[in-house]
Design a protein around this ligand. Structure first.
Ligand code: URA
Length: 261
């Protein structure tokens, strides 16, 4: 295995960072300083040291995390709480989030130390489906649903969105659903929403543009008040995970992610 790959998988740091460590002479293989990131090592017999400490091989890790609202998807932030606040710092060296969810979005977020895995899931050519459950103010008629399915303009100088899938779950007046609609995002809008139409549903997209689901729904007159990612590829969020909890992916779940790719 390559030395830089070994160190990244042993959670010393991301691949790019460990290359710098190696080039700067911080890494020894069998007591000898090696400055070539591509050097081949044997992970079961060679002794690798980083800054004088032997590095144990951890292998690749894949976490499923149920993100709560109120946390940003970043390693650190001077103002906001981040998803890494839920993880033990040392254990997460070299681990990063796969894609992003908005601060107010909940649900399925994957974390890993495997760069190839991230690339495979995020690369636009792979068209990995991501499904979001939403509640929105507004209604979605047949014409709106067709636009969402076929592609829609969501921003100046942006191309049409790729074909998406939309499934309406519930619709009616706000007063009928007020007990099941999470209302945190409603404070800035018209207070007279008692008789407003509301809609919930599932939108499945294959891209990852900024605020994409919110912007797609806005383009058909719907204002998202709640958003949760429920699946990526064939992998569903384990609903038994409380918000803020995480666990390793099982082998079967790992396979499910790439079903049909
Ligand atoms: N689309 C959004 O609008 N927000 C998210 O967090 C994810 C997808």
């Amino acid at each position: 295995m390559r030395l830089d790959k070994f160190l990244a998988e042993a959670s010393v740091g991301r691949r790019k960072i460990v290359r710098t460590y190696i080039k700067e002479g911080m890494v020894k293989v069998n007591r000898q300083v090696i400055t070539e990131p591509a050097a081949e090592i044997n992970e079961s017999s060679d002794v690798i040291e980083y800054l004088g400490k032997v590095v144990a091989y951890a292998g690749k890790v894949y976490y499923m995390f149920n993100k709560p609202a109120g946390y940003i998807t970043a390693r650190t932030d001077i103002v906001n709480k981040t998803v890494f606040d839920f993880f033990d710092d040392f254990k997460m060296n070299g681990v990063f989030h796969v894609g992003r969810l908005d601060k107010d979005t909940e649900g399925l977020l994957l974390l890993t130390n495997d760069g190839e895995f991230e690339h495979k899931l995020m690369c636009p050519q792979k068209h990995v489906e991501k499904t979001y459950f939403f509640w929105a103010l507004g209604s979605l008629d047949k014409e709106d649903r067709k636009k969402l399915e076929q592609g829609i303009y969501i921003g100046k100088d942006e191309i049409l969105t790729k074909p998406a899938k939309i499934k309406v779950h519930k619709y009616g007046m706000y007063k009928e659903f007020k007990n099941e609609m999470p209302m945190k995002n409603l404070k800035n809008i018209d207070s007279n929403y008692y008789n407003q139409p509301v809609v919930s549903g599932y939108l499945t997209i294959t891209e990852g543009r900024k605020h994409q689901v919110k912007r797609m729904l806005k383009a058909v007159g719907c204002y998202v008040v709640y958003l949760k990612r429920v699946s990526i590829g064939g992998l569903m969020l384990d609903e038994s995970l409380e918000k803020g909890q995480y666990r390793f992916l099982t082998e079967v779940e790992f396979q499910k992610l790439f079903e049909g790719l």
